[in-house]
Unconditional design. Sequence first.
Length: 380
Amino acid sequence: MNNNNQLIPKLRFPEFEDSGDWEQIQLGSICELYQPQTLSASQLNLKGSYDVYGANGIIGKHDSFNHEFSEVVVTCRGATCGEVHRTNPKSWITGNAMVVKPKSNSITSNYLFQYFKMDGLKSVVSGSAQPQITRAGFSPFLIWLPKEEEQKEIADCLSSIDELIGAEGQKLYALKRHKKGLMQQLFPAKGQTTPTLRFPEFEESKEWEESFLGKCCKMTTGKLDANAMVENGKYRFYTCAKDYFKINEYAFDTDALLISGNGANVGYIHHYNGKFNAYQRTYVLDKFTQEITFIKYFLEKNLHLRISTEKKDGNTPYIVMSTLTEMPVNLPNLVEQLLIANFLTSIDSLINDQTHKIEALKNHKKGLMQQLFPSLEEVA
């Protein structure tokens, strides 16, 4: 960087390699910053024609709009403070989002959006109990600007990746919906003993048997506190979180389903075969007399409803052992169980592959952004 606050990125489109350095400018000098009028909850209308944007993107509908064109908005209050969105044309933007509107052609809104996504805007968030972004704190924010033509090229490149990520996200959504629909048909509905969809070789088979989960497996809990994990431990440690941690001692060496017994993820299911340990409110189900993966999918479909009627409310929602042991289950023969389990596992493999594809695209975009914009570390 030279003494005139000028810099160039590591990666530049060929036609701009001789276009000179970028310029550093305060955001408030090139953009208008403001918070529009906020709507009350009673003013939202599900049948309204126009999207309403708040702290978490679209929060509802309204009968009129206060912005005709698409705008760049930044969440300025709450836990999601600093998140960036592009609004749809003809939408209502509330005061929980700050509009950042270019004053002239010196900066394009698409470039502004991508720059904010790259930066993260953590430096302009103030407050801990109630995070916020104020106009006074945001206005001095420094932004690096090339000429308008280069801005457009950068924004178009990154936007094309966003569109690809969005398209792949729609494929992922479709796969999940497809799986959900199939599970509704592959397992009997409440009060029924046969599913509406059956593999041809079992269409003439007898009805599924009714039993209880506690008769299908051994059931116990872990013994450890939730904070017993250690960094770089040898074995998996399951708590009530969606991710597992690590620990240096194991208490189980088995093929098991692990079910979160309390907290925000109550009822979440892990399937693991090997050595592991568990939190004292994590239920460990093993030694199955039925196909374990079939039971996993049965629980995936039915456990949430069971928990919603059985869970104990309070500061921390939780379930008790009888919620699981006394849960009714419908069982076909083991061959049909295995076929259903393998079929749904194949769909989960497609979902996982699609998820990884999206993550790879996001990482690709992140790497490009680190090169297409001047290095913030070098600026510092």
